[in-house]
Write a protein that binds this ligand. Structure first.
Ligand SMILES: [Zn+2]
Ligand SMILES: [Zn+2]
Length: 381
């Protein structure tokens, strides 16, 4: 029997790929009607075979996108309106959108991480890869409603291929506001002080303060841009060389800079401590994955789950007995603060740092100190 339901879903269901998910499920269960953002969630009108409608509703609660949090699903039987397709509707009611909860920034998802390291993907090693399930949200928003024009992505008009993904309800990047690629999106840059030999090479066009339009560089600083995969990779390679040489590199993450150094190099840690004016407080480290963390710390299943949370918290792990840690990292403490990478730039850094260690014959998984780029007790830069 064909029936119709009005479904109201509450929770974090906007800006997390929930409407395209509803669309895919509607196609799967041969359901017609529509889905629309509402003031406090998402409204769905669904018409279909009653048995399939039941399964559709179960999917909504049980298989929602990773970043979504379904709080409640209200169902109401309504008269049939005989829709002959299912569509995603867009609200033009500003009041509806302005009360929308904005999602927090989300760590790079597994699908994007796989594309990042797939040589056949067009975003292979693109340092700002993201999708509806991951990437920056809160950090890039200037104003509501949340669409590209009111984010810091407004200066990066999408190329044809990104625009096609953005418009396709069956694509993982449907309405992903920060959707970008090497062709149309932001690029890496490396800037260095006059007294630091960080130049990535002779062939690099570098510029100094005064002729850089969007970045204010202090006197004497130089900057190099990685606008292609090759030049972008060269900048990461240079950063890895600096880390291997015991230098401190400031790496822009979501919402601010991290000061980064090799966590196995006591001299580098001392240099970082001096720069940060941070006495004896322990530093947290970033490692590639839970398995890498397990090589130096004990990791319970609950701790492993916490490490992989999309919010990427620092998790205090018990140091493994017999493992020697560099002096100055977290001396005299039984625990070490560990976090996993949250952004594609961090994934690339750890990946390439691991390769550099391999080439130097160091079999240990990379471990980087990642500390917020601020002077002790001052706000994050
Ligand atoms: Zn993703
Ligand atoms: Zn693009």
């Amino acid at each position: 029997m064909i029936e119709a339901l009005d479904i109201h879903v509450t929770g974090i269901v906007q800006g997390v790929g929930f409407r395209p998910f509803v669309y895919r499920m509607a196609k799967k269960y041969l359901i017609n009607g529509w889905v629309l953002n509402a003031a406090d969630g998402v409204n769905i009108h669904a018409e279909g075979e009653s048995r399939l409608l039941d399964e559709f509703v179960i999917e909504l609660s049980e298989n929602a996108p990773a970043a979504a949090q379904v709080k409640e699903i209200e169902l109401k039987e309504v008269p049939l309106q005989d829709f002959d397709s299912f569509e995603i509707r867009f609200s033009d009611d500003a009041a509806v959108q302005e009360t929308t909860l904005v999602s927090a920034d989300l760590a790079t998802c597994d699908d994007c991480a796989a594309e990042l390291f797939n040589p056949n993907d067009r975003r292979f090693r693109y340092p700002f890869i993201n999708c509806t399930n991951c990437g920056p949200r809160f950090t890039i928003i200037d104003a509501l409603p949340y669409d590209r024009a009111s984010t810091s992505m407004k200066d990066f008009p999408m190329c044809e291929r990104c625009a096609a993904e953005y418009a396709d309800p069956l694509d993982r990047r449907f309405h992903a506001q920060p959707d970008a690629c090497f062709e149309c999106g932001p690029h890496l840059s490396l800037a260095w002080r006059p007294d630091c030999e960080a130049t990535p090479g002779e062939d690099f066009p570098t510029r100094g303060a005064g002729d850089v339009s969007s970045d204010e560089l202090p006197d004497g600083w130089r900057i190099a841009w990685g606008k292609t995969r090759e030049t972008s990779d060269a900048l990461i390679a240079r950063a890895v060389e600096l880390l291997c040489a015991g230098q401190v590199v400031a790496v822009k993450g979501l919402g601010g800079f991290h000061l980064v150094c090799d966590a196995r190099n006591a001299e580098a840690i001392a240099r970082l401590r001096e720069g940060k004016r941070r006495g004896g407080k322990p530093f947290a480290v970033m490692m590639a994955n839970a398995e890498a963390a397990r090589s130096v710390c004990e990791v319970t299943p609950e701790e492993e789950k916490a490490l992989s949370d999309p919010a990427r918290p620092i998790v205090l792990l018990k140091k493994r007995r017999g493992v020697a840690f560099a002096a100055g990292l977290a001396d005299k403490l039984p625990e070490l603060g560990v976090m996993l990478p949250a952004t594609p730039v961090q994934l690339l850094l750890l990946h390439d740092f691991a390769r550099a260690l391999e080439q130097m014959g160091v079999p240990e998984p990379p471990m980087l100190v990642m500390t917020s780029g601020n002077i002790h007790d001052e706000p994050i830069v």
